[in-house]
Design a protein around this ligand. Structure first.
Ligand code: SF4
Length: 348
């Protein structure tokens, strides 16, 4: 438990931590040492910081705590994907995923505890929204996972775990800044996935970090979108298109549109043509994700025939097209299936 009067040392910004160190009579270089321990090495306690004087460590521990999450469970798929269940200081649970891939080793990060958007294509949508993660809590998922995979030099991060990045904008932006500062993860190797509400997209274009954005579109037919993601579908498709065009003009970056293909729902030729018509005037690529089922899921994966026919039709359009095959499906780590299930629950 957190002691009553202890303060979160990561809630201070870097300059304030440096001021504090000076106020405690320590030389300025201790600030850099403390930053290294807190972020690059993801220390859980001040005791671990062995190159700091013991008396200074005691002084810090009397005032502060480090809110590093504990790994409560992990599950490894045959494809090497590892899903981690993390417990935060207040007992809340989130998940993060390690995805091996040679030069493309990546970590999938969560940015909220639960989610308020209730998309039906996503298991997280069924979890009640609890709170935003702090910048440190988002960042440290990467540091923890890198620490558990020392053989891997992870250089890619995707914000595709639990939560909507644009609903926790400031902390996500700060977390990505920490990632670039403490690990070899450049902006081009970070992708944030969003349901793409217009005002959020405009804000990201104006003020957001220069990372890649992937918008979860899922249908360019309003009625079908309403079925798949009812809250996001409150916005007319014309408003979305205007926001996406603004984003690509302002940032000079392409968007990725993610299209979760659900069998018998949005996988026919009418939907394929609507997708091409919607995206053809927006600089973008399209990433089709066959629906990953979970126990009790409301939709099914498409058949291989429907998937092939859909892809063939979309390929007639001018946009680059990719298909994301499931990773970590056996441990419910694949896209859209994160819902804090422990391995025991999965096996059950
Ligand atoms: S798709 Fe994203 S925004 Fe929608 S419920 Fe899942 S986590 Fe939330």
């Amino acid at each position: 438990m957190v002691g009553n009067n202890l303060k979160d040392v990561t809630a201070l910004n870097k300059a304030k931590r440096a001021n504090l160190i000076e106020a405690l009579g320590q030389p300025a270089y201790r600030a850099g040492q403390l930053e290294q321990w807190l972020f690059a090495r993801a220390a859980a306690t001040f005791d671990e910081m062995t190159d700091l004087p013991a008396a200074f460590r005691d002084e810090l521990a009397r005032v502060f705590f480090i809110p590093r999450p504990a790994v409560r469970d992990e599950a490894t798929d045959d494809d090497g994907t590892v899903k981690y269940l993390l417990e935060l200081r207040d007992g809340a649970l989130v998940e993060a995923v390690y995805m091996p891939g040679g030069d493309h080793d990546a970590v999938c990060l969560s940015c909220q505890v639960g989610c308020q958007f209730d998309c039906r294509i996503c298991a997280t949508g069924a979890l009640r929204f609890h709170r935003n993660l702090t910048a440190y809590e988002i960042f440290v998922q990467f540091a923890l996972i890198q620490g558990r995979h020392p053989e891997s030099r992870i250089r890619n991060a995707v914000l595709m775990g639990q939560g909507e990045p644009l609903a926790n904008f400031r902390n996500v932006a700060d977390a990505l800044g920490l990632l670039r500062e403490h690990f070899d993860v450049g902006s081009r190797r970070i992708t944030a996935s969003t349901i793409g509400l217009p005002e959020g997209i405009v804000k990201w274009a104006d003020e957001g970090p220069a990372v890649k954005l992937a918008v979860s579109l899922n249908s360019a037919i309003q009625k079908t979108r309403d079925r798949l993601m009812p809250r996001a579908a409150r916005y007319p498709l014309d408003d979305l298109a205007a926001a996406y065009k603004y984003y690509t003009r302002r940032t000079r970056r392409r968007l990725t549109f993610e299209y979760v293909l659900c069998g018998g729902v949005n996988d026919d030729l009418r939907h394929a043509r609507a997708l091409v018509a919607f995206t053809r005037h927006i600089p973008c690529k399209i990433n089709v994700i066959p629906f990953n089922e979970w126990p009790g899921a409301p939709f099914k994966a498409p058949t291989e025939e429907r998937l092939a026919a859909f892809l063939t039709e979309v390929a007639l359009g001018p946009m680059a097209l990719t298909v994301r095959r499931p990773r970590g499906a056996a441990v419910h780590a694949a896209c859209g299936t994160l819902a804090n299930r422990t391995p025991a629950a999965i096996e059950g």
